[in-house]
Design a protein around this ligand. Structure first.
Ligand SMILES: [Zn+2]
Length: 293
């Protein structure tokens, strides 16, 4: 009996191993060349990673989750033989930094806002679970507070910090010759955005930063957000306008004395149901903005 149980346990553990392996090798990664030598890799139909390829090495913006990073690395290396020179994180979140642990090594310089390094270097508690600090190879070795310029592969790439929108560590990455800007999670294309209030985000500042983006890049720039499809500046304007409309509507209700619970019950954002279909539902968006209206 004991032998049978032992055998079953071995089979069960083998099944777990093989299913983990097959999962880790089957991450869908959709690849589009958005501008010459600049690719958007859409990992698992959810998280955008940007690869700018050139003889001086690749520049990668965001790293996806740790669990998809081996497949991501393989996809990055299928583009060309050029090694990764720089890996840039647009902000602290695990779907943008988790892959640092796999992609980062002594030849890859990780760059981010200084608050990213602080966040990833700190052990965290989630209920009973302890989330350890990142190992050294996954931590940024170059950090900045306001802006940073990189001169690589004939591009003068600008990294610009926009304070307190999605988190306290947001940067946008601009490729001026290619007219592409990576916005990280300052764009959830087609959806309500997540605002991480616990980590320094603020929905009002989020919209202010969006307006800054609209006013400070060329009219024909291509915008790549952390989630959702690639946008033109006009599409971005429309998206921001929609968010403003939802806020104005909720503000009006709040001024009339309508409670948050009642707004949710009345489904006041019903018209924008599709915006709530990814991560932040209409209810969660109302919860996010209500205290600030
Ligand atoms: Zn995020």
């Amino acid at each position: 009996m004991r032998r049978i149980l032992f055998t079953l346990a071995v089979i069960a553990s083998l099944l777990v191993i093989s299913s983990t392996n097959s999962n880790s090798q089957s991450t869908p990664i959709d690849q589009v060349e958005v501008a010459p030598n600049l690719y958007r890799l859409f990992v698992n139909n959810a998280v955008a990673v940007i690869v700018f390829d050139g003889d001086e090495g690749k520049i990668v913006v965001d790293a996806g989750y740790e669990r998809t990073a081996i497949d991501l690395k393989n996809a990055i290396m299928r583009i060309s033989n050029n090694p990764i020179a720089y890996l840039i994180n647009t902000h602290i979140h695990g779907d943008h930094t988790g892959g640092n642990i796999v992609l980062g090594d002594e030849n890859v310089t990780i760059i981010a806002h200084k608050n990213v390094k602080t966040f990833l270097s700190t052990e965290k508690k989630q209920g009973d679970k302890v989330i350890p600090a990142f190992p050294k190879n996954g931590l940024p070795s170059i950090t900045f507070t306001d802006s940073l310029m990189l001169d690589k592969n004939g591009e003068q790439i600008e990294l610009i910090h926009l304070r307190g929108g999605h988190t306290n560590s947001d940067i946008v990455v601009y490729f001026p010759n290619r007219k592409v800007v990576a916005l990280g999670d300052l764009l959830f294309a087609n959806y309500f955005p997540y605002v991480d209030i616990g980590n320094g985000g603020n929905p009002m500042q989020y919209l202010k930063n969006a307006e800054w983006i609209i006013n400070n890049f060329p009219k024909d720039v291509i915008l790549i957000g952390g989630h959702g499809p690639v946008y033109s500046i006009n599409q971005y304007k429309e998206w921001v306008l929609t968010l403003q409309k939802t806020m104005a509507l909720a503000k009006l209700q709040k001024e009339k004395g309508v409670t948050l619970e009642k707004m949710k019950e009345d489904k006041i954002l019903k018209e924008w149901e599709s915006f709530g279909s990814f991560f932040i539902t209409e209810d969660r968006w109302l919860e996010t903005i209500y205290p600030y209206l």
